[in-house]
Design a binder for this molecule. Structure first.
Ligand code: UDP
Ligand code: MG
Length: 333
């Protein structure tokens, strides 16, 4: 591909050429300080493992020197290609772009910040050799994210499992090794709103975990402030379950039944005891209560409609601005 002619690729065909045994897909967003250390450890590990491999680095619209560092690294690491997205599309989109570009028989996803140790790769490959389609890294040393985050994330997994009727392993992240067919399944899913943690489980296939120790972020900072995590969790639940919609039918039924019984009580008590109806307070609180509930339910409805809106636009999930590195003509720079 030449110049900045943007390739809008939602389902690009796998480029022809030799297929390496392993494609390593890494999203980079403002990770300039990590590029060299990561590649050094990764290539050292791959030299030990042997076998053909490629590294697909996705620059997710970084605003620091990440791209320059990656391009410089291409000189040293001939197995590396860089896919530069036209802006920051988010980690999920960046990973998809990498999977889409990967040619290998197996595809490994890992973070750029060295929290996913390359030294775990041999153990993952071993499990994959047994025919397991998805091998995911499971954090063996917990998350070290502090009490609040830990509790919230535990609650999220619980709620997700009960609403989506599908379990996602709590200790797993995006450190994963896919067989070609599992990766193809993953990239065939057309939705724009991609909650990867859910999609990993949704595709099925045999899945097994391999424990690893999460490293501390080696440089830079996490891009996940707690508010963003909330919206991520909400996204996950909404995109995998219609339960938040159905809940309102239940609440509506309960309230309507209660209101009916109350109305009957008023009629009976008025007839039997001839009482006045001092109803102002009841009326006011009922109106406010129901008004609030209705707004809430409309809000939930809106969340789903917003997602339908996003999906119907059928926009590509990411846009590639440029590709660097690689040995074939179209990618060479
Ligand atoms: N990342 C990305 N686009 C983004 C945010 C993050 O490609 O918009 C990449 C980031 O460069 C890193 C990985 O996703 O390689 C994980 O990000 P981070 O370390 O911030 O997440 P955490 O480890 O805190 O979950
Ligand atoms: Mg990280």
């Amino acid at each position: 591909m030449s110049g900045v002619s943007s390739m809008i690729s939602k389902h690009t065909a796998t480029p022809s050429g030799d297929t390496p045994a392993l494609s390593i897909v890494i999203p980079f967003y403002n990770e300039a300080g990590n590029v060299d250390a990561l590649l050094e450890r990764l290539t050292a590990q791959m030299a030990l493992i042997g076998g053909s491999f490629e590294i697909v680095g996705v620059d997710d619209g970084s605003r620091d020197a990440t791209l320059a560092a990656l391009i410089a690294a291409c000189e040293r690491v001939p197995e590396m290609r860089i896919v530069k997205l036209s802006r920051n599309f988010g980690k999920e989109a960046a990973m998809l772009a990498g999977i889409q570009e990967a040619r290998g028989d197996r595809i490994l996803l890992m973070d750029a910040d060295l929290q996913h140790p390359p030294e775990t790769i041999p153990a993952m490959l071993e499990v994959a050799d047994r025919g397991v389609d998805v091998v995911y890294g499971a954090r063996s040393n917990g998350r070290n994210d502090g009490w609040l985050r830990n509790t919230l994330s535990r609650q999220f997994y619980r709620i997700f499992a009960s609403t989506a009727e599908m379990k996602i392993p709590a200790d797993a992240g995006d450190f994963r090794l896919f067989s070609r067919r599992a990766a193809d399944a993953l990239r065939s899913l057309p939705e724009t709103n991609r909650f990867m943690k859910g999609l990993y489980s949704w595709i099925g296939f045999s899945q097994e975990s391999v424990p690893y120790d999460v490293g501390v972020r080696s440089s830079g900072s996490s891009k996940w402030p707690i508010l963003k995590l909330f919206s991520y969790a909400w996204d996950g639940i909404i995109s995998f379950s219609a339960l938040p919609l159905r809940i309102w039918s239940v609440i509506g039924t309960v309230i309507a039944t209660g209101a009916l019984i109350y109305a009957m009580w008023i009629v009976i008590s008025t007839l039997a005891f001839g009482r006045d109806i001092p109803g102002y307070a009841t009326l006011a609180s009922a109106i406010f209560f129901l008004g609030g509930l209705q707004l809430l339910s409309i809000g939930v409805l809106g969340e789903y409609i917003a997602r339908i809106f996003a999906e119907t636009k059928q926009r590509p999930i990411y846009i590639i601005e440029d590709i660097f590195g690689g040995t074939d003509d179209d990618g060479a720079k």
